[in-house]
Structures are given as structure tokens and as C-alpha cells.
Design a protein around this ligand. Structure first.
Ligand code: CP
Length: 328
């Protein structure tokens, strides 16, 4: 177990202790204030270079990581993969070596292959590697920003701050994760974060979209979504990942929606104070009805908003590795 990501890579949440996760959440809370200033910049990573390498599509993760790095005063190298020499057949290893030769301190990367971030960390052991999503494996900053969002909302309701509450607000919290769990790196990272923080997690999915090794996961399996919906304090919806072939795991999209979509009718039966979450991008009308996505119970935009302070915290702790300069 890792008790702090200071000076460390961030490849997965599976090996982070509760203390390490709380440290990131607390650090992000300090950066929320920076993001509210007229001039949203601190010099914490001045002179450092962060390479942004997204080999798979992204809107939220790439933009918020690049925003976070710039707000920490780092220089950002952003590789446009579609027009890079990878299109001429250059390997991942040679691409990383080329970017490293320009003089970088950190790589933020997304790749379609599980384990790609670990592989890159072995190619450039002197560079900090932050995983922005690798295949079906992990999306650690999504797990952190989702935990941050839950803690922030619950703390606001109590009239306290997340830092004051630590991980206490997660003790006994019921989290239900619904949808395409099999193909979801978000589910894997969310579960690692929520369980480490003390929540009780259940998953609900059509049998074909449950992971094969689900018995080894630290979660309960809800056989009936319609029953579990009333148990949940937090409903974490997942995108049906059609680019990873999810469509062939369900008879039709309509049948998936009928059994596991958060329809208006189902949303009427959730607890009155339950949170509805979705990492985006959403398939409106498939895993979530558009009216539900835009309802007051949904914190989906807040999740996106929190991506910047969480990624500032991760870059800051991992790359700077100390607390100097945070509030300057
Ligand atoms: N949630 C998430 O990873 O979104 P993007 O694919 O847009 O980065």
C-alpha cells in the first residue's frame, strides 16, 4: 500500500491507502480556492514540463489535466496523436523516448491498452507518470474526483468542509454503481476509492456486463437494479462503452435501458437526497434519461468542474512532491 503519492507515479487506485486518497482530496480542496481567484495560477510547478499524451479520445480528462498543469505554472507539451509520427508507424516506446528527449518532468497519458501507463513508467523511470485512463484497467483521477465530489456535497449539507470530515462521511455510505461494469475503468477506480474510504459498494449490471472475476471484487452484486435503487445514497452510472463492443453484450440498447437505465420512473424511487453521478460522456436516453441527467439530483457538471482541482493536486503531489509554493 502507498500512503502518499508525493513524488510517486499515479497508475492505479488499487494500491493507495485511505491516507493517500484523503491527502489528495485535502490538497484538492486547497486548490478549489485557487480556481476561484481572478488570476487562477500558482507557481508550484514553475519550470517543470508536463507532456500530455492522449492516444485515445478524451474531452474532460485531457482539458482538465492541461488546465491543471497550466494553473500550476508548468509548461505543457500536448501531442496531437492523429498528426504525430505514430501515424508513420513509430512505436509507443520511441514516441515516449522522443518526448523525453525534449526534457520533461511528467507524462499524463491515456491509452487504449490496459497496462500502457505502467509500461511507459518503465521506459522513463526518471519521469512521473500519471494514468489518464488505460484500457479496462484504471482511471485513477476519475475515481479521486468522484470521491471528492461526494465528500464536497455531503460536507456542504452538514455545514462543514471536506478537510474537516476526512473520510468520515463515507463510513456506511451506500454506493450503487450501475451499467457496463465489465468494460469500465471508471468503475474499477471508483470502487477502489470508495471502499478504501469506508463506503459500502454494490454493482448492478446485466449478467453479460459483469466482470468475470466479480466474486473477487470488494463489492456486493445487486441482482435486481429496481430493488437496489432504493438502497443507494449515491448512484454512479456508467457509460455503455459501444467502442469496446458493449453493444454485443446486450440484446438491444432498448432492452439495456429497460433493465438498467436510470429512467424518469426509476429516478422517482431514489432516496430524496441521493446523488446521481456519471463520469461522462453520457449516452443520453440509454444509461440515463436526459431529464434525469439535467435534474437537481445529478452532480455531473460538478464532477467535471472538480476535475481541475483534483488534477492540480495529483500533479502537485506527484511532480513537486512537497507542500512548498502551494498557496503562493
Ligand atoms: N470521464 C472521462 O474520462 O471523460 P473523457 O473521456 O472526456 O476524458
Amino acid at each position: 500500500m502507498i500512503d502518499s503519492i508525493r513524488g510517486e507515479n499515479l497508475l492505479s487506485l488499487d494500491e493507495l491507502s485511505r491516507e493517500a486518497i484523503v491527502e489528495v482530496l485535502d490538497t484538492a480542496e486547497a486548490f478549489v480556492e485557487v480556481n476561484q481567484r481572478a488570476i487562477k495560477k500558482v507557481p508550484a510547478l514553475k519550470g517543470r514540463v508536463v507532456a500530455s499524451l492522449f492516444f485515445e479520445e478524451s474531452t474532460r480528462t485531457r482539458l482538465s489535466f492541461e488546465t491543471a498543469a497550466k494553473r500550476l505554472s508548468a509548461d505543457v507539451l500536448s501531442l496531437a496523436v492523429a498528426s504525430s509520427s505514430m501515424k508513420k508507424g513509430e512505436s509507443l516506446r520511441d514516441t515516449i523516448a522522443t518526448v523525453d528527449a525534449l526534457g520533461i518532468d511528467a507524462v499524463v497519458m491515456r491509452h487504449q491498452s490496459s497496462g500502457a501507463a505502467l509500461q511507459v513508467s518503465r521506459y522513463v523511470p526518471h519521469v512521473r507518470v500519471i494514468n489518464g485512463g488505460d484500457g479496462l484497467h484504471q482511471h485513477p483521477t476519475q475515481g479521486l474526483l468522484d470521491a471528492f465530489t461526494i465528500r464536497q456535497v455531503l460536507a456542504e449539507r452538514r455545514g462543514t468542509t471536506g478537510v474537516e470530515s476526512g473520510s468520515e462521511l463515507f463510513e456506511g455510505l451506500h454506493v450503487l454503481i450501475v451499467g457496463d461494469v465489465r468494460h469500465s475503468r471508471v468503475a474499477r477506480s471508483d470502487i477502489a476509492a470508495y471502499v478504501a474510504l469506508g463506503a459500502e459498494v454494490r454493482i448492478a449490471a446485466p449478467g453479460t456486463l459483469l466482470p468475470e472475476c466479480v466474486a473477487q471484487w470488494p463489492v456486493g452484486v445487486a441482482r435486481d437494479f429496481d430493488e437496489a435503487i432504493e438502497w443507494a445514497d449515491v448512484l454512479g452510472l456508467l457509460r455503455l462503452q459501444r467502442e469496446r463492443g458493449s453493444g454485443s453484450f446486450v440484446p438491444t440498447l432498448g432492452e439495456f435501458t429497460a433493465t438498467h437505465g436510470l429512467t424518469v420512473e426509476r429516478a422517482r424511487r431514489i432516496k430524496s437526497d441521493a446523488l446521481i453521478m456519471h463520469p461522462g460522456p453520457m449516452n443520453r436516453g440509454i444509461e440515463i434519461d436526459s431529464l434525469v441527467a439535467d435534474s437537481s439530483a445529478a452532480v455531473i457538471e460538478r464532477q467535471v468542474h472538480n476535475g481541475v482541482p483534483i488534477r492540480m493536486a495529483v500533479l502537485y503531489l506527484s511532480v513537486a512532491g512537497s507542500t512548498e509554493g502551494q498557496g503562493s
